[in-house]
Design a binder for this molecule. Structure first.
Ligand SMILES: Nc1ncnc2c1ncn2[C@@H]1O[C@H](COP(=O)(O)OP(=O)(O)OP(=O)(O)O)[C@@H](O)[C@H]1O
Ligand SMILES: [Mg+2]
Length: 387
């Protein structure tokens, strides 16, 4: 059974008589709190106290219930009882650290040993409390967690602002390139219109002129679309994501938009990384860009092949994803150039695909690199930490 408050504990430990008069943490934010506790009375009392401290509580009475909730939602703070009817809170601590590294876990146990405290902290607990401690200790730990959460949010916001400013500065620098990119298709359209206007009656080659105009307009449209995506700040919210599902979805989307081509597509995902905390929306964009490029690279090569592999990297705390195609590989000396905005070797390319891809990966605190495989073809390698 779970650890209930010790018999000798006073009413404060049961928290039944606790009344909060003021919140001193200074933050008015509501925190999402997952209360993992199988003793319903104890959990009820604690819930009341935490709610008066500005928490929005969800309760879980077992490891299974907690895991089920965690599949759907990331808590800001989790109170974790160590002994639960169907398993140990220690395993939950590890699980929480894996799927939501930003969540602050507070262990609240009735049966503590020095060893259990050390283990809990090693497994990532933010605080370790005993159920017979005065209730003020629990409130103090929660307020500390709130403060930490607020500071981290502030830091993230400042970092985002800074990155957005850097992006804006970069967009400023890109203006000259852009002017050139826009000028070309506009000149094409203008010349075509001049021919039409100067001709008396239908000018010769009218079909071709119309096609040129449409082609240039499509080009302008694509450019503006890409720029819009590129100039927006990228907000990354990580959730445990099935890598296979995401890869498959991105692949189908790209295939749908591209001319049909017989390509062997293989996915190889190591069991331990089958789910990984990612921002599925922006990461899908990354995969789409890389698949689009890979499909273009294998166009016309014999036995075209694109292989995706995902595995652990280094100590196992990092996720490594590679996309290997059987195309001609990267042109010499462009491995770093290709991530720069507007770098393209394609006549119809904008050169924003990989720049955007790199930005999303960096927002995930990860890295992306590209190299040629010894057996041929280009490899794009993404390395992502857990948080
Ligand atoms: N799989 C690949 N094999 C060989 N070269 C590649 C591959 N992927 C990208 N490249 C090179 O990197 C360049 C930049 O790619 P990026 O995706 O940023 O732009 P793009 O594909 O040219 O245009 P778009 O903005 O439409 O994506 C490409 O023009 C190409 O030279
Ligand atoms: Mg591209």
């Amino acid at each position: 059974m779970g650890d209930s408050p010790p018999k000798h504990s006073n009413s404060r430990a049961q928290y039944g008589e606790y009344h909060v008069t003021a919140t001193t943490s200074g933050s008015t934010d509501t925190l999402d709190v997952l209360l993992i506790e199988d003793n319903a009375d104890f959990a009820g009392n604690l819930q009341e106290i935490l709610e008066s401290e500005g928490a929005s509580i969800t309760r879980a009475g077992s490891v299974a219930e907690a895991r089920d909730h965690l599949k759907r939602r990331q808590p800001d703070v989790a109170f974790v009882d160590l002994r639960l009817p169907d398993g140990s809170g220690e395993d939950l601590l590890v699980h929480l650290g894996e799927v939501y590294p930003d969540c602050l876990s507070i262990v609240l146990t009735g049966n503590a040993t020095i060893q259990s405290a050390i283990t809990a902290v090693e497994k990532g607990a933010f605080a370790f409390l005993l159920k017979d401690m005065p209730v003020e200790a629990v409130v103090a730990a929660f307020r500390k967690a709130k403060e930490r959460h607020r500071l981290e949010k502030d830091r993230d916001r400042l970092e985002r602002q800074l990155r957005h400013q850097e992006q804006l500065a970069m967009i400023g620098q890109m203006a000259a390139t852009l002017a050139h990119e826009i000028r070309n298709p506009i000149t094409g359209i203008r010349q075509a219109l001049e021919v039409i206007l100067e001709a008396t009656g239908e000018p010769p080659g009218m079909e071709g002129i119309k096609k040129t105009m449409l082609d240039r307009l499509v080009r302008l449209h694509e450019l503006v679309d890409d720029l819009l995506v590129f100039s927006r700040p990228i907000v990354v919210k990580r959730h445990p994501t099935s890598i296979r599902e995401l890869v498959t979805m991105a692949w189908h989307e790209v295939r749908r938009d591209q001319p049909p081509q017989d390509v062997l597509f293989r996915i190889d995902i190591e069991e331990q990384v089958s789910t990984w905390p990612l921002d599925a929306n922006s990461f899908r964009l990354v995969l789409r860009n890389l698949f689009e490029n890979a499909l273009l690279a294998v166009e016309g090569v014999p036995e075209p092949r694109i292989e995706v592999s995902a595995r652990h990297a280094g100590s196992g705390k990092r996720f490594l994803l590679e996309i290997h195609d059987s195309g001609p590989g990267l042109a010499p000396d462009v491995a770093t150039e290709i991530f720069k905005p507007f770098f393209t070797t394609r006549t119809r390319g904008t050169g924003l695909g990989l720049a955007l891809t790199q930005r999303v990966i960096e927002e995930h605190n990860g890295t992306i690199s590209a190299f040629n495989h010894p057996e041929g073809g280009a490899v794009f390698r993404i390395v992502l930490p857990e948080s």
